[in-house]
Write a protein that binds this ligand. Structure first.
Ligand code: ATP
Length: 249
């Protein structure tokens, strides 16, 4: 699904990813943990093709395709999705309109027929019930005035509608109350399938109680320094990053 080999990337002329490698198989959930400033969000942005994030070495293949030179929308059409750590507000743009436009742009790029309003609303209702999202949020401007938790739920709602093959969740759990955390985890678990993979960036082991990862990685200074099963997240919680990093050397 995703094969990253010895990736180097710069932001604002500064090298942040320094030899990052990871292989994610279809159906797998990998968690990435690591101290502040390790480069976790940078990895998400580099994979999604955000402007200003430049790949200077190594390779990134998504389902066998080298995506380094592709525009963000081309990566999205291939089935890559990034849920932002800080979802952007788009005042003046209705959330339902935004979601339908995004979904139809991807369908069009894949040569699939666009959904009309009726078909789209049917899909929305179906997904809403899974995520316990208030439908009032659909009628407001995208994320505008949404609480932190509402923005994160809205990101997962986008994910549910777009049905990507690979979803990268960047600290989607931060700022969520317990009920919202469970709703987000339920949404993700509902979407798990043998064909879909997730890269879950998080600081908190508790999210991984709800979304069970196959592999947990520890990232530090732009590369992975330790990998293991879910027990690694528990060890991190107990012992901290420095001890785990020292043990991995
Ligand atoms: N535009 C930029 N110019 C210069 N440095 C940047 C830029 N964007 C990010 N960085 C730096 O890159 C490093 C990695 O940042 P990144 O946000 O990827 O870390 P992170 O692991 O996601 O951290 P956190 O856990 O705090 O969210 C940080 O030192 C940050 O200051």
């Amino acid at each position: 699904m995703l094969e990253i080999i010895d990736l180097h990337a710069t932001v604002g002329g500064k090298e942040i990813l320094k030899g990052f490698s990871l292989t994610l198989q279809p159906g797998q959930v990998h968690a990435i943990m690591g101290p502040n400033g390790a480069g976790k969000s940078t990895l998400g942005y580099v994979l999604s093709g955000r402007e200003g994030y430049e790949i200077t070495g190594g390779s990134v293949r998504f389902e066998g395709t080298d995506i380094a030179e592709l525009a963000p929308e081309e990566r999205a059409a291939l089935g890559l999705f990034l849920a932002f750590q800080y979802p952007v507000e788009i005042p003046g743009v209705n959330n339902t309109y935004f979601l339908r436009t995004a979904l139809n742009a991807q369908r069009k790029a894949r040569g699939e027929p666009e959904l009309d309003s009726m078909a789209f609303l049917k899909l929305v209702r179906q997904k809403l019930s899974v995520l316990h999202l208030k439908d009032e949020l659909l009628h407001r401007a995208v994320n505008s005035g949404f609480s932190g938790g509402e923005k994160k739920r809205n990101e997962i709602f986008q994910l549910a509608l777009l049905e990507p093959k690979l979803a990268i969740l960047d600290e989607t759990d931060s700022g969520l109350d317990i009920d919202a955390l469970k709703a987000v985890a339920d949404g993700v678990n509902h979407m798990r399938s043998p064909e879909r993979s997730f890269l879950v960036i998080t600081h908190y082991q508790r999210l991984l109680d709800y979304i069970k990862p196959d592999v947990v990685h520890v990232m530090s200074e732009g590369r992975i320094v330790a990998s293991g099963g879910p027990e690694l997240a528990l060890q991190l919680e107990r012992e901290g990053y420095a001890a785990v990093r020292a043990g991995a050397r």
